[in-house]
Write a protein of this length. Structure first.
Length: 321
């Protein structure tokens, strides 16, 4: 149960939370391993990334591995290297106020220099911001953003921002005794979660609003990429423009969701990895056929579907064989 935060008491609680901003979450932490080729290889195999820059005598680590080198693995950093108490203290304060649930919401990374095999990684982390109380579909709570500066041999290599929501789950009351199914049926249908729109993907969602599925194209090597990224995975260029997808594609892979149930979704439903005619892939729902009729290689075509009053999404329609 969440304690009342209204009025002066709410301001006092927020003031206590705000005092954690700027406090260290880790200081002078050291990665358990040097940047190394086996970890790079495992990462690339898991991601299906065969780019030549990640192999050979001049190999670099994929930039998105930035935080991987700071992790302690299943055994953790046994010596407590770099760990500070501020994060635990903040969690205790939020837990005590009733915000005991937690969910990761998003992360942002900025890259300054390449990481290469043999580099010694160290890091400092700080609690950057604690938000005012926010109400979401999951419940009410506070967003906590932590910034980690990752260094290679003492030189800044990149910055990783990780954001979580500490919240009290929204109350879902049980039907009153004697309530008929028809009474429950008139309740408004839950809406889908909203997409996270940020500076890197805002152009994609602007295209969706115009019923255009936009793919990024590198301004230097013309490589197409999706999902949207701030830089080219082929040559590293930050220059880009867009091309509009034709809408034709095939099901490259898919799953049929049965459980767990989630508000606004009616299982079973198919989530497909769609290979567009342009060669890039996008994750979306496959509609138009029963979920158990979806097959790999099935042709699909793009359509924009309004899933509720405020949200329109690109989905892919298949035709029954």
């Amino acid at each position: 149960m969440v304690r009342e935060e209204g009025g002066a008491s709410g301001a006092d609680f927020l003031g206590r939370l705000k005092k954690f901003e700027g406090r260290a979450a880790a200081t002078a932490g050291v990665g358990k391993d040097l940047v190394n080729e086996p970890m790079i290889r495992h990462w690339c195999e898991a991601m299906g990334d065969t780019h030549a820059a990640y192999t050979g005598p001049d190999a670099i680590a994929p930039p998105t591995m930035l935080q991987a080198w700071t992790m302690g693995g299943l055994s953790g950093h046994g010596d407590g290297t770099g760990r500070a108490t501020a994060y635990d203290e903040l969690f205790e304060l939020l837990d005590g106020a009733g915000y005991a649930s937690v969910v990761a919401t998003d992360c942002e990374q900025e890259y300054v220099r390449d990481l290469r095999p043999g580099d010694r990684v160290s890091y400092d982390a700080v609690i950057e911001t604690v938000s005012e109380r926010k109400t979401t579909k999951l419940g009410t709570g506070h967003f906590v953003t932590t910034r980690m500066d990752v260094l290679a041999n003492g030189e800044l290599a990149g910055t990783h921002r990780f954001r979580i929501l500490k919240y009290a789950p929204a109350h879902r009351s049980s039907p009153a005794a004697g309530q008929r199914p028809a009474d429950r049926a008139v309740r408004p249908r839950p809406v889908r979660p909203r997409p996270v729109v940020n500076r890197d993907n805002a152009g994609f969602w602007a295209g969706v609003a115009e019923h255009r599925l936009l793919i990024q194209r590198c301004g230097d090597c013309a490589e197409l990429r999706f999902p949207w990224l701030p830089g080219c995975h082929a040559c590293g260029s930050a220059r880009w423009d867009t091309v509009e997808a034709s809408g034709a594609g095939t099901v490259f892979s898919f799953v049929v969701m049965h459980h767990p149930p989630f508000p606004a979704f009616d299982p079973p439903y198919a989530v497909g990895l769609i290979e567009l005619a342009e060669g890039v892939r996008i994750v979306s729902n496959v509609v138009g056929v029963a979920a158990d009729e979806v097959r790999i290689g099935m042709p699909v075509s793009l359509e924009f579907v309004r899933v509720d009053a405020e949200l329109e999404l690109p989905l892919f329609r298949a035709e029954a064989a």
